[in-house]
Design a protein around this ligand. Structure first.
Ligand SMILES: CC(C)(COP(=O)(O)OP(=O)(O)OC[C@H]1O[C@@H](n2cnc3c(N)ncnc32)[C@H](O)[C@@H]1OP(=O)(O)O)[C@@H](O)C(=O)NCCC(=O)NCCS
Length: 325
């Protein structure tokens, strides 16, 4: 088992409920008052604005409340949700007569339970988690395996949505992107371009859910054919659990098996150096734009010919708005 798979196994093996510090309350926000305090969630209705915020903030602002809650975040993977774990959690808490409000965020589900019941709720969550890993015969069910497979045209809408989610925060600025990230249109055009290589559009699937994707298309340095990699994206909820690395390794393995010479990409050396990428100029290849500097990287594969010189050219769609790997 690779370290990445081991990581995923750890991730999936438990429900991992995490309690936030402090106590939270539901309060009605006074009409017309500018928002203040550390509001953690809000629901606007015709009758007014409901907010969830730390009790200390509500007290400081003089807001009225009844329900004082502990905030538990479920760091659960959605393939477990798919088999009804979230429903099982609510049912188990209800059975134990613990009232619970569920808030769904972009990354996780959150439970607000009465403060007095918080410890018991955590125990129940751990029990549900343990039970979910035991099959009918009493044996532990394996965690879903990460499957890496070649993209099929039917995957494309899902892959574009995944890319939109992965790049919603710009890897360059670290800030939210307004509108559709440029990588989405780049990928859309790469799917249909002359330099598209079917075996190098690779999907990562977990429990039947598409969770990552990487594409490499035909690029060239002078006359030498190389691969140009990107975009590479992983669903935000599962980033930093080895999926990106697994997709990179699969690309490298397939490229070596296909007799490719090297892989070029634009991205952070902090991430790609671990796979053996080096600044392209150290191998005689100039970036398409000199300003890219060391962020334009190259991985020489087993059949790297040496003595290469020239400027790299990505597949045609990269000549639109510039996007990173
Ligand atoms: C970048 C990305 C593809 C990496 O995939 P991932 O599955 O999250 O990454 P992995 O779990 O394989 O990462 C392995 C290691 O790389 C590190 N890492 C992940 N993203 C990184 C980044 N952007 N910069 C530097 N290091 C990074 C992780 O911390 C981890 O390090 P560790 O093993 O020392 O803990 C993914 O985070 C993503 O989709 N990000 C948003 C889109 C993006 O930035 N794409 C690439 C553009 S250059």
């Amino acid at each position: 088992m690779t370290p990445a798979e081991k990581d995923l196994h750890t991730l999936l093996a438990a429900l991992r409920p995490v309690t936030r510090e402090g106590e939270y309350v539901y309060a009605l926000w006074p009409d017309g008052k500018p928002l203040a305090g550390h509001i953690a969630a809000a629901v606007r209705e015709a009758e007014g604005l409901t907010v969830v915020l730390p009790r200390t903030d509500a007290d400081a602002l003089g807001l009225k409340y009844d329900f004082v809650a502990a905030w538990i975040t479920l760091q659960v993977h959605s393939s477990l949700e798919a088999v009804g774990l979230t429903a099982a959690v609510s049912a188990a808490l209800t059975e134990a007569k613990i009232s619970c409000n569920v808030l769904a965020g972009f990354h996780h589900d959150h439970l607000l339970v009465p403060v007095a019941d918080a410890e018991r709720a955590l125990e129940i969550l751990h029990e549900v988690s343990a039970a979910s890993r035991v099959g009918n015969g009493g044996t532990e069910l394996p965690a879903p395996e990460l499957v890496l497979r070649t993209e099929e045209p039917a995957d494309r809408p899902e892959l574009l949505a995944l890319t939109a989610a992965a790049f919603a925060i710009s890897p360059v600025t670290g800030l939210p992107v307004e509108g559709e990230p440029e990588e989405v249109d780049l990928l859309r055009r790469l799917f249909d371009c002359a330099e598209y290589l079917p075996d190098f559009s690779i999907v990562a699937e977990l429990g039947g859910e598409v969770v990552g994707h990487v594409i490499s298309t035909r690029g060239r340095a002078g006359e030498l054919e190389l691969l140009g990699l990107g975009p590479l994206g992983v669903v935000p909820r599962l980033q930093r659990h080895g999926i990106g690395s697994a997709l990179m390794k699969e690309t490298i393995d397939r490229a070596n098996a296909a007799g490719e010479r090297g892989i070029a990409l634009l991205g952070s050396p902090d991430y790609y150096a671990r796979f053996g990428f080096v600044p392209s100029t150290s191998l005689g290849v100039q970036p398409p734009e000199s300003a890219w500097g060391d962020n334009f990287q190259l991985l020489p594969l087993a059949l790297w010919p040496g003595g290469v010189s020239g400027t790299f050219r990505f597949a045609e769609p990269f000549n639109g708005p510039k996007a990173g790997a």
